[in-house]
Ligand binder design. Structure first.
Ligand code: NAG
Ligand code: NAG
Length: 315
């Protein structure tokens, strides 16, 4: 049959092409994986992937900077944090003092964070306080400068809890330690400070050299196979909270008494950016933190911390 002949005539080359194509794709994928791997062992080299990670960060930060204008100051009504918790659930005013409301996290959240040492966090914290305190009196919560951190990867979080036994926690901590030993210290630069519509003042950072957050998160994902599939932050992000605004500006100077709260917020963020944008720091510790209270790292809650030095020494 003619049809059969045609079919046979085509099927051989098609098969050959298919096999060839399959091999080519496989080779291409393996080649790229190998490239990526070799890059991850030479993190100080500016590779294609690190350029796109930087671009990805810039895009996210630009979006975050627009959030306040696009959504308004939601925290003046009733805000939600990035972790979907209402701010009014997080703090109370007692005798004019803002006090965090600590709630036990059950099971504890297991967070992996990069820690910013006080050498860098204290000057930042002081700048933030000196600019924001006069305007907010008590309606502001400052991140404890001993606890400045960059959230990397959760072994368990409150949206998708992954309960673990003491033994399982030991295994996780050991795996995270091994990741830390394989990661180079991060030399970073403060790209910009933004205020989100939920009232969180966030420092957004870029890489100068060291292991990229995308690589660190990939390594943690591999090391923690039971971790929630859905994580809280974009893989490229490198951010740390400086403070949380909880209400309207309370004190205004004469020339500002016609300004809207939004204008005041923008002005304060601009002043802060003028002062600390471009600040450089080195991150050299990865922490495995069991948060026994909800948002313990942010609210000075109870936590169990294991600190691992980043082990790769630059050649
Ligand atoms: C800030 O954190 C450190 C370390 O956990 C702690 O000793 C200190 O009491 C905290 N500060 C406040 C004001 O809670
Ligand atoms: C606020 O501005 C108005 C006019 O713009 C002015 O009359 C008033 O004195 C100002 N109030 C204060 C407290 O500066």
């Amino acid at each position: 049959m003619a049809r059969g002949i045609v079919k046979n005539y085509w099927s051989r080359p098609v098969k050959v092409i298919a096999i060839w194509f399959f091999c080519a794709v496989t080779f291409y994928c393996l080649f790229h994986m190998a490239l990526r791997n070799s890059n991850s062992h030479k993190p100080t080299t500016v590779s294609d992937s690190s350029i796109s990670n930087a671009e990805q960060r810039s895009r996210i930060y630009a979006k975050m900077a627009k959030d306040l204008d696009e959504n308004g100051a939601v925290f003046l009504k009733q805000g939600e944090t990035s972790q979907s918790l209402s701010l009014s659930d997080l703090f109370t005013l007692e005798n004019g003092n803002v006090t965090p409301v600590l709630k036990a996290a059950n099971p504890p959240v297991r967070a992996n964070v990069l820690h910013l040492s006080p050498e860098y966090s204290v000057p930042i914290s002081e700048a933030v306080k000196s600019i924001f305190s006069p305007y907010f009196n008590k309606a502001i919560w400052f991140q404890n400068s001993s606890m400045f951190h960059f959230s990397m990867f959760h072994a368990s979080h409150h949206i998708a809890p992954v309960p673990a036994t003491e033994e399982e926690i030991e295994v996780e901590a050991g795996a995270v330690k091994a990741v830390a030993e394989d990661v180079c210290p991060l030399n970073i630069i403060l790209d910009r400070v933004v205020l989100t519509s939920t009232g969180v003042l966030v420092g957004c950072w870029q890489m100068v050299s060291g292991t990229d957050p995308v690589t660190i998160r990939d390594k943690l994902r591999t090391a923690l196979p039971r971790a929630p599939e859905k994580q809280l932050y974009d893989k490229a992000m490198l951010h740390t909270s400086f403070a949380r605004l909880l209400g309207h500006p309370t004190k205004l100077f004469e020339e500002e008494n016609n300004s809207s709260p939004l204008q005041i917020f923008h002005e304060l963020v601009r002043t802060l950016n003028n002062q600390i944008r471009g600040f450089q720091a080195t991150v050299s510790e990865l922490w495995y933190v069991e948060e026994l209270d909800v948002l313990a790292l942010a609210l000075n809650g109870r936590m169990k911390t294991r600190k691992f030095k980043l082990g790769c020494s630059k050649a």
